[in-house]
Design a protein. Structure first.
Ligand SMILES: Nc1ncnc2c1ncn2[C@@H]1O[C@H](COP(=O)(O)OP(=O)(O)O)[C@@H](O)[C@H]1O
Ligand SMILES: Nc1ncnc2c1ncn2[C@@H]1O[C@H](COP(=O)(O)OP(=O)(O)O)[C@@H](O)[C@H]1O
Ligand SMILES: Nc1ncnc2c1ncn2[C@@H]1O[C@H](COP(=O)(O)OP(=O)(O)O)[C@@H](O)[C@H]1O
Lengths: 122, 486, 486, 486, 122, 122
């Protein structure tokens, strides 16, 4: 089991999610972060005072997957998050010891088995 | 029956407010076009101020509701305003102000200005309402002023019911309340009905508008029950509103609108000292804020901003009945007491396990009662003038006026309380009044309206978070070429 | 040419609205200072209400735009209001209301109240505008009332253009629109021009103010193209506005302001029944909300709050032309139809791949057309009075009036559409009308104004998140010593 | 001493504004009830507009403060409005407008309308204020109009003091300012005091209301010191306000309210051309926006929205003194200069290491001075009329008027500056004026009021984030049964 | 040392926190995330246009605990976050190399020793 | 490769970022969290009802660095985030298996090499 943590542009997410879900990997979480890296800061100005903002909004995508799925998931992200400009982000792969599904109490790899996405309600 | 003479007395009393001889000329040959114009300008603009109070209620209720329900509150306000306008036009105005008996009016449906008797009011219109004939303004000005009042009363109703009521429940209750319940009670006093004849005084509606609204609100919240999570182990939990700034904007708008609400209730300008009423109203509002602030400090040891705002409204509600009948210092006392009562009453309501998110019951209910009674305490002989009423207890009255005010309140409580209860129960046991637990948890915005009121706070909106390969501050369009900078 | 007699007819017609003999006295020796004062109070306060509509447009447009563009919308509103005031003073007022020919006015630049002929209006001022001479108010009151109208029209223009237009584009178009395009069309009717003489009726501007604005808006959005992400694979995507509460505040403010917009358009008070107009306006707005709510429910199976608000505005726009010429029930029908049309039209606009974030085209465009035509259907003989027009089709008219209304609309569409197209194209091919993709993605706030409208939502603001070694609730400053508590 | 004749001159001057003979009839036998009504409607509604400006200041200050302090600003506004109303009633009105000497009024406490001399004003009331006797409106209308002015002045005071001042500090200063400091300065001119007699002209209060407020604000911020983090290594840091949309709403509301502020200051309607004043006021506001926009562009190379809004207010403040005395083109120049000054002055204030979050000093202070001086430059003979003043330097004046304006400003600066300094210092060294660093970091909302103004942005509110086992869009309550859907 | 990352419903958090604090484990952090998994999306609608929202708001709870405390902490979360409906969330256990307390500079297991919760101020 | 996760006060961040960037480590991400630990809760009050807030706002700083840089980064944070009062926060060090740079597809240590910060734009 590995956790993939990807810091990407917001624009890229929609397609990534669709592709991953299509591959049986719809389970993931995202959150807002601000980040800096190679991409430079930019200057904002308010009432004549200026400051440089180094931390730009990024999306953090986290998904824990079975070892077998790591590479295909990374490939998808790599392909779709790529623009070639500074600020495209980074992907980190982190070891995970165990996984528990709260609904059933199941543990281990079985929790991470790829599955199709359910139909939307409503 | 003919109420004209009574209503004329009412207007004459108004004139006496000023303490001057008044419109001597007008007595002879009817009001001049100029006088009608002045009166109309005042009343119509007063009505516009009262209409603006809808923005006040919207902001207050939105501010004190949850973020996930903010859009639903917005939708509720606009539909209820619309219902009030249409229903009061269709039936309410006739029931309240049409000629009829002491209990309800019986003609003038759809503001139709012709009655069987072919009576003519002073403006040359065939008139269904002798009550209004005595006002020197067109019937449409009266209608406009009154219709925005009923909309205020309806807005008050739903203050306790935020965050868990079905949209359709608002709609149905609104139709019945504005088309039937409110107009009947309004008729008793303002339509020249039995309470008016008994000498009951409620200048601009502490009981007619505010107490009525609060009574319906009380019934509504009792039948709905509290919001999920409001009471835990019998203890009230704070469920803070999501935007004190918007709530305070609402309070200030209400304060401003109240200038039309109270001072505009002279229903005329010539020979009337409405500025006096405006001053009393301001003093009471200010004193209400001071009262609530001090009480919050003493009781909670904190300066609760939402209750400071409540204090203003409590002062305004309380002075609404007496504003034309009392001296300025009395207005200050009335407002101060109303404000002081707010914080303890908020706690009391909580203790009774009644969920009242915006403080509607203390602010419109108890303050409405207090204000109506205050007439019986502070009204002065000279300000009552020719009205069939008596000075207040503190001004040499026998206490009779207090007694009239008291049973007027009781009648309102009995009638409006009972009617509201029946209607809400009927809704509950047919289509249902409250949303499901899931929908409440999800928020009314998404479950009833399909979209959050603040979408970017809840869902991933495409492009909501500004990211781009590069962006830079300032002035792109003015100093840079239109091509994307490299 | 001299238009005074025509304008006098207009005012006389206004008097007839009331159904009473009117200002007998005034006929002889001119209006008294008192009458002038009453009229001025009404018109100036009506203008203040219309000025307040800028807050309504600001809130509506801000609420329905993206969070990252909210500050830019605010900046746009204030600069456009300023441009409108200055340009209409410099040239617009003269073109619209100055003496001239049937197509445009030709004197009165900078509100300069002296003309070659040395004419004098009824207020003792040398006058450049005989058209206004017939109103019993100072020329400055007329100017104030008219200048806030042009500001409304300009605010409408930019409703479709949110989230992607360059600031400088707004400025340039605003200068031309308020200084040239709008005044010319206004002259045709309100300045006593050719449409007025043909009997075209548009009491407060369904076509002159709203349709004109919507036409320019249509041209603007066509030339701009849709926002990034609005259409995907040919399907319209929801791009929800970021604050329904602010948008609804905007709607209520507009509703309130419309009382001045329509009822104030009597341009006087004495002898005029403006309360009647206010009532019609309210009824139409309310019916518009009901219409849009029902249609939203039927078509989308959801209660879209933004469209309920649109319904109110659609009703208001539609009743703007006919408000003084129709009976209350007709106002209800006019508003209801306008409201019912909103949801299907919003879908239609989407289908045509036109991006209209706030529903400007259905609400100001189609409703403006519908309202202008409705005059030709519902106008009553007695309310038209001495105006050179005919009753509506449903009131025994021959249909001629409908025909006049129709070609009046066509003329407006042709002229304003063509002029707007030319101006927007000129801007596009010189300095550019649309920001770059990067700037759009980043948001106009940061790319054009250097700072977000809601900075704490986007950037790390020093101290934005309240952290401290310790903090505790309440009352520090009142009960604790000034030293930091240990 | 008796000031009646002076005040009569003032009113006569007002009439001359219109350029017509005026109220010939009124001279003989006193104003008619109709005239009193018209005047009262105008003045009371003008006062309502000025009261509404509190919403403007609330939104402006909330918008430009930090999110964690937004509730505290709301609480401050409402308590200060209340203090102003009560204190001005108790003492301020008497000091400002009661009969007395050239320095202060000495009777009329609690608006008590009886004086020793048993004088009677024109409305049949025993009067304590001969100054007001000349106005044809009830004393309550004058009070209402004046009390909302003092509330404006007080709101200005605290614009510089956001984000770090103790609640109790606001309260104490408010009591002294509205009950003592402001009324004395107001008496000098509007109460018929020594400055009035010297011919000092300040029509609606550029110096009396705005400069006074700004002076107190300057003292306040100097004694408080800057917010934590405002200056780093001697350089001003941007601390952006959290909501430009609310700030802009505030600006538009202020603009709207200013119509009452300036045009209402005629204190009557009959025979007065207040529309002219409204037009001048609008022109100056618009020009102020243009000025600030251009200067922001040139100096900062960015279109700072908050400064565009400041430009509007700067224009309005500047035209407040001269609005009745100058021609439209002069109003444009006055507004433009005021707007152009804003951006450089904001930088200058920063350079002086003075922390002024909303631009109070440039906008109310410098603009107030500029506007007061502008009277000495642009006032025209005909508009000054019978007032004991002289035309401006550019209109053939000797420069004497400029000198009077100049020392009037100096006197105001000296008196109000000194008094404010003393009061703020007294607060600082007794109970303390500034919250602790921890409280400032935590935010005033939580540390003084026990709860955030936007709770869901900061703390885990139960149920704030809409989650539930399932939820679905739309219409639940209308199409689904009341049981939870499976 | 292990890091527990639990993606749970907001409603469950309060009780979990109370229970964990009662066990001497009050040290934790939470943040807002949006997630998808077995739980389907739902449809929202705006001005006639519809879209499916797949990412629903969840709460991410992170706490680093001593190896000895992992199971009892997981048990608490499992018990209280459980409703049995899709969307209950998942718990991940991730190895941690080291821990430092900023206030004291202490490092290692000592930093994570269970401790009672302090009294609230104010 | 290690991931440093530091839960710190907001006030400390600015200086930390500047110092780390100066050391060639400008690559990092931050996010808002709420946390509890040794630092007690505080009481808030609304309309007379009181509740204790245990979760206070904190800043979560995450940065993946080369093994060689871990200690100097931790030292910087430790120094600058320290006030000595409860609530200063904690730093966790978590193993990372791999790192990918989206822009280039590069993997491994090379991605994490220290680099100077770019100039701000605009
Ligand atoms: N070492 C890191 N640790 C944590 N987050 C990082 C790291 N490097 C990059 N990021 C995240 O990725 C985002 C983009 O990184 P950046 O270095 O600008 O991309 P690129 O390497 O393509 O130029 C940053 O804003 C930050 O959020
Ligand atoms: N593999 C995963 N990686 C990251 N987050 C996940 C993962 N699986 C689930 N989650 C988080 O848990 C939440 C609930 O998961 P879900 O699969 O719907 O629960 P269940 O398995 O009980 O049906 C998701 O919304 C997401 O935030
Ligand atoms: N074991 C932990 N797991 C996750 N976050 C923690 C842990 N311990 C502390 N934190 C985070 O660090 C913040 C400060 O911790 P705290 O224990 O108050 O500091 P100190 O140890 O200096 O007293 C907490 O608010 C929380 O966000």
């Amino acid at each position: 089991m590995k956790k993939i943590e990807a810091f990407i542009r917001h624009e890229a997410f929609d397609e990534i999610r669709t592709r991953l879900a299509g591959m049986g990997l719809p389970s993931m979480s995202i959150s807002e972060v601000k980040g800096s890296g190679r991409q430079g800061g930019y200057t904002e100005s308010y009432r004549g005072a200026r400051a440089t903002i180094f931390m730009r909004p990024k999306l953090k995508l986290e998904m824990v997957v079975d070892d077998a799925d790591v590479e295909r998931a990374v490939d998808v992200i790599l392909e779709l998050a790529h623009t070639g400009e500074p600020g495209d982000g980074k992907i980190f792969i982190i070891p995970v010891d165990d996984t528990v599904r709260v609904r059933t109490g199941e543990r281990g790899d079985v929790v991470l088995a790829p599955h199709p996405e359910d139909e939307p309600e409503g | 029956m003919r109420l004209r003479s009574l209503r004329t007395a009412w207007v004459v009393a108004g004139m006496l407010l000023l303490g001057v001889p008044g419109l001597a000329a007008a007595a002879g040959d009817g009001p001049s076009p100029t006088d009608i114009a002045v009166n109309s300008v005042w009343v119509v603009l007063g009505a516009v101020l009262v209409l603006f109070m809808q923005a006040g209620f919207a902001m207050l209720e939105i501010g004190l509701s949850r973020m996930k329900n903010a859009g639903a509150v917005a939708g509720k306000i606009i539909i209820n305003l619309s219902i009030a306008v249409l229903m009061f036009w269709a039936t309410g105005f006739a029931l309240a102000f049409g000629d009829g008996d002491g209990f309800l009016g019986q003609m003038g449906w759809f503001m139709n200005a012709t009655d069987a008797a072919g009576d003519t009011n002073s403006l040359g219109l065939n008139s269904f309402m002798n009550a209004i004939g005595a006002y020197n303004i067109p019937v449409e000005a009266v209608f406009f002023f009154q219709v925005v009042f009923v909309a205020v009363s309806l807005a008050i109703v739903f203050g306790t019911m935020l965050d868990r009521t079905k949209f359709i429940g608002y709609v149905i209750f609104g139709v019945v309340f504005t088309g039937l319940i409110y107009p009947i009670v309004a008729h008793w006093t303002w339509g020249g009905g039995w309470l008016f004849q008994d000498g009951f005084l409620d200048f601009a509606g502490s009981s007619i508008v505010h107490l009525q609204g609060a009574l319906a609100a009380l019934m509504g919240t009792i039948i709905l029950g509290p919001r999920i999570g409001k009471f835990r182990n019998g203890k009230a939990q704070p469920i803070p509103g999501h935007s004190i700034p918007l709530a305070m904007l609402g309070v200030i708008i209400l304060w401003v609108g109240w200038m039309g609400f109270n001072a505009g209730s002279t229903l005329g300008a010539v020979g009337l000292n409405f500025a006096d009423i405006a001053v009393n109203t301001n003093l009471a509002a200010a004193a209400g804020v001071i009262g609530a602030t001090v009480a919050s400090l003493v009781i909670f040891r904190t300066l609760d901003v939402s209750q400071m705002g409540n204090g203003a409204i409590a002062g305004l509600v309380a002075v609404t009945a007496p504003c034309a009948f009392v001296d300025p210092w009395a207005a200050v006392v009335i407002g101060l007491v109303a404000g002081l009562l707010v914080p303890p009453l908020v706690v009391l309501v909580d203790r009774m396990r009644i969920d009242d998110p915006i403080g509607c019951l203390p602010v419109h209910g108890i303050s409405g009662i207090w204000g109506t009674l205050a007439v019986g305490l502070f009204a002065t002989e000279s300000r009552i003038g020719a009205l069939p009423a008596e000075a207040g207890l503190f001004y040499g009255g026998s206490g009779h006026q207090l007694w009239v005010q008291f049973y007027g309140i009781l009648a309102t409580i009995g009638f409006t309380g009972a009617c509201s209860l029946v209607v809400f129960l009927a809704i509950k046991y047919t289509i249902g009044l409250r949303v499901s637990e899931d929908e409440e948890a999800a928020g009314l915005d998404i479950s009833e309206h399909g979209m959050y009121g603040y979408p970017e706070q809840f869902i991933e909106v495409p492009g909501a978070f500004p990211e781009s390969t590069r962006h830079s501050a300032g002035l792109s369009s003015l100093t840079r070429p239109t091509t994307t900078p490299g």
